[in-house]
Ligand binder design. Structure first.
Ligand code: SAJ
Length: 404
């Protein structure tokens, strides 16, 4: 076995680690890099620090077979992958400082014909910007490197399958780079590989998630109109979708997660005047969560007026979407926080069947909550909540279409 690292993976998170394991499975040596020494230690022990089905086995095997190791610093390789976070700074503006730091860290190691790929979700023009930084420090390599952008598009929970089978969009800063990157991915990806330029590939990732955000905003807007118009929005959408060319998504209590609720801002921040619909969709989806919290407040007051006592309230779900334990950017969590801020001696039962304990919220079993509550607020359509036998005398606020 040749232990010469041919791939350096910078960032061993939700995407970097599974991708590293996949490449290593293919008998290509991968040197993983992470700024967090705990992550490095965990990976070197053949273990994982995130929850993702099948990843534990893939990492354990890769480390055992000697194809994957990790450290806090990069080493010389042929291919460098940048898979670090791009968070926000200020008011919803993308912060590419991690991409830049990772890039600067490998500049001294680069040599002619190496392949440098960014996978991190990035604002348009990031790949070109990194190219300029690289060549300004290594003018000896100008035009001699292969530089490309290739976004990941996997669904958390199904990463190990989708990494292999999803199509990929690959955009180089020139044709030579695109082809080199394409040949690299062809080794371990079964999905189709689509060639383009770096700017289009960057925009493609942002557009995929913005498109979904806009479509969900349409469904959420319909839910607000239907509430006023006294129409069942779920029935309405089902009927409208009988049209062969109509496919409306489902309204919910807002849009969450670290992708769809985030990526559209990468476009809006740079093109505010042009991205009217994309920006408005973000506003509508955020407003939907606020509106849900207000609805709970109104239901609570109505109950008190009618019954002359404080209600018991069940808040059903905290995760950002059904059947997961991920609370990142979760609209349900936001609503629960907002409702609790307005609490006035009512009894609250907070339910999240996918989590056993939470450091802020005291969690209650869903059956117990349903039994004890006067008002039941369905925030997330978890499978446990479907077909529950809820007594007719309870007030139900269904924000995720579980009852209808
Ligand atoms: N949602 C609705 N109504 C719907 C569908 C979803 O309100 O009809 C809500 C969900 O409840 C959730 C949010 O939208 O709060 C996002 O959930 P999701 O399942 O649509 O997406 P994510 O964030 O888990 O993953 C997305 C995926 N992108 C697309 O489907 C275009 C995934 O393929 C990407 O890889 C991922 O973002 C990413 O990493 O960018």
């Amino acid at each position: 076995m040749n232990n010469k690292p041919s791939v350096v993976m910078i960032g061993l998170g939700y995407i970097g680690l599974p991708t590293a394991a996949l490449i290593a499975q293919n008998k290509t040596y991968v040197h993983g890099v992470d700024i967090n020494p705990k992550v490095v230690e965990t990976v070197n022990a053949g273990k994982i620090h995130i929850v993702e089905p099948e990843l534990d086995e893939a990492v354990a095997n890769a480390v055992k077979n000697g194809y994957l190791s990790a450290s806090t610093t990069p080493v010389v390789a042929d291919t460098y992958l940048i898979v670090v976070p791009t968070p926000f700074k200020g008011k919803n503006e993308p912060d590419i400082s991690f991409v830049e730091a990772a890039t600067r860290g490998i500049i001294p190691l680069l040599k002619e014909d190496d392949l440098y790929i960014i996978e991190s979700t990035s604002p348009i023009g990031t790949t070109e910007k990194m190219m300029e930084i690289i060549y300004s420090e290594r003018s000896d390599l100008e035009g001699k490197l292969n530089i490309a952008y290739c976004p990941e598009r996997v669904l958390p929970g199904n990463v190990m399958y989708e990494l292999v089978h999803n199509d990929r969009v690959i955009g180089g800063i020139d044709e030579k780079s695109t082809i080199k990157a394409l040949n690299f991915y062809r080794e371990f990806i079964k999905g189709e590989l689509h060639k383009t330029n770096a700017r289009t590939a960057e925009m493609c990732k942002l557009v995929e998630n913005s498109s979904r955000d806009v479509q969900i905003a349409f469904a959420n807007e319909l839910s607000l109109i239907c509430d006023k118009a006294d129409i069942n929005v779920w029935e309405l959408i089902e009927l409208a979708n009988k049209h062969p060319r109509v496919n409306i998504l489902q309204p919910g209590c807002g849009v969450g997660g670290h992708c769809i609720a985030v990526d559209p801002y990468f476009i809006v921040a740079d093109y505010p005047m042009e991205s009217q619909i994309i920006g408005k969709a973000r506003e509508i989806n955020n407003y939907k969560s606020f509106w849900c919290a207000e609805k709970v407040k109104t239901a609570k007051l109505e109950f008190e007026l009618k019954k002359g006592r404080k209600p018991n309230i069940a808040l059903m779900g905290l995760a950002f979407k059904p059947n997961i334990d991920d609370l990142r950017e979760s609209p349900a969590k936001y609503i629960v926080q907002k409702v609790l801020q307005n609490a006035n001696n009512e009894e609250y039962y907070i339910v999240e069947p996918n989590i056993s304990e939470h450091k802020v919220f005291k969690l209650t079993n869903y059956l117990e909550a349903i039994k004890k509550a006067d008002i039941i607020v369905f925030l997330v359509a978890h499978k446990e909540f479907i077909n529950l036998n809820v007594s007719k005398d309870k007030v139900i606020l269904d924000f995720c279409g579980i009852i209808n």
